[in-house]
Design a protein. Sequence first.
Length: 371
Amino acid sequence: MSDYYATLGVSRDASTEEIKRAYRKLARQHHPDVAGPGSEDKFKEIAAAHETLSNPEKRQMYDMGGQPGMGGAGAGFGFSDIFETFFQAAAGGGGSRGPASRARRGQDALLRISIELSEAAFGVTKDIEVETAVLCTTCQGSCCRPGTSPTTCEVCHGRGSVQRMARSFLGQVMTTTACANCSGFGSIITDPCTECAGEGRVRTQRTVRVNVPAGVDDGTRIKLTGQGEVGPAGGPPGDLYVEVREKRHPLFTRRGDDLHCTTELPMTAAALGTVLELDTLDGARELDIRPGTQPDEVVTLRGLGVGHLNGGGRGDLHVHVQVSVPTKLDEEQERLLRELAGLRSEERPEARLAPAGNGVFSRLREKFQGR
């Protein structure tokens, strides 16, 4: 059997008042809401010790070696009520904190927009239509029909809370709860606004302007502070988040702030070199193909990619060269190619083997990885 006197830290001849003071101190310290769930058993032990030692009959039985149960006049009052009682007393005797406000912050909203690759590269400003809650212009958020006002609650008399008597291990205590008649507001709207049905806000469509910065990536969310829904009773608005979705481009593939595309060349142009006119996001640009360009070689145009987000400059445009080999030759073309092969001693070229890791695709992978 537990030593209840040791549990409360009092002597065996302690007075009832000393036992109560010791219990209050330990209950505040070991309540699960303060010390965590692990202290629940300790708190129960303290409560049991107090219930036994504060009752003269149970204390006498305990002193004689008995083990009183937990039932009694104090049963039925929960740990949360005890905790509330202590802290209400510390705050000034358990008085009301005043009526709650009807005005509450509105919810945040999420909207998705689609943009072109060029808009992601250079930035864009878009006007978007949003269906959201706005302040009721009829009642201006008061929730009442114009010319009327809320009436004071007859139950709580405007306090928004009511007091009730409850029994605890300490005896009878006064607790405070929200008034059920007015939901804690302290007043009742008897004549609500017909435009918003007493909400203080209405749903409508409005136009919001969003600035999409250059360099924004697919899935990026842009926060528009205060552009979300207006709260009930004209409460402050939430925020609007605009999620950007980038459309797939028919020619260019984006990797970070760099763009990639492919151009196909005849083998003669790759061998002799040429100048191509290439359509870019900035318009037509010349692409210099040097003589001897190899298949899958990459030619880079600096500064023609996507703008850097929150910084100056732009990424690059990488053009991947594919060399086209003719599959059909007429007699004259075949003769000329055989003549060229003879001049280059390539009629029967020797096979040159290389490790698989040194192939074209490996070199491209290393280039992308910055090796």
